[in-house]
Design a protein around this ligand. Sequence first.
Ligand code: OAD
Length: 223
Amino acid sequence: MELSSTWTRVVVLTGAGISQESGLQTFRGADGLWEGHRVEEVATPEAFESNPHLVQKFYNLRRNHLKTVEPNKAHFALAEFEKKFKGKFTLITQNVDDLHERAGSKNVLHMHGELKKVRDIKTGEIQHWEDDLTVESGLRPHIVWFGEIPFHMDQIQEALEECDLFVAIGTSGLVYPAAGLVNWTPQNCHRVEINLENTPVSPAFHKKLHGKASEKVPEFFSL
Ligand code: OAD
């Protein structure tokens, strides 16, 4: 497909499925992160209030694990596309890993935060962080927990409202507002879903590409 000549404003939304082949667990499903942890115990402001040690430990483990994995072909294909594409490209990710950046992506909006950032609980100041966090530090993971408002929503809305190609990759379509972003695209926007299987939001897409992200993404985004 001639991606470059057909479209001028491309928005991609990624979820945990794109990092699965790099060795990061997805959230749902048999082997998912939420199988081993109750969301309410580790990913809510209430959990951080009542058991900050457990919450910090959960994110410390994930931050450490991130050091052991590498971007895969799907991350690289998106970075390559962004470099060559003449139009406007926006990458929205729900992922808190940094695999898109490590693959070379530039314009990345982390709507659910980033594992390698922390923020001061009192001042809100954000800083880069690679090590373990302690409860005594007065810092919290810069992660959007359930019940909190995702980041960059204005920029996300703006990009979606003017896009002519929207591609959702490796996301279950179960967590809002991310799952509903497809409905913010204009009527004439071409919408493509890349996933192992159909999701609850599949009917909103014109085209469904079933298969592994490492295969389908490079195929679709080859210029
Ligand atoms: P999920 O774990 O809910 O869904 C992962 C999706 O990726 C599923 O639809 C799988 O079918 C698909 N998938 C798995 N492996 C794949 C592969 N190799 N190639 C292509 N697709 C694959 O993850 P998310 O949709 O990202 O939020 O979850 C959304 C949010 O829920 C997360 O950002 C996180 C979580 O709670 C917060 O923590 C705030």
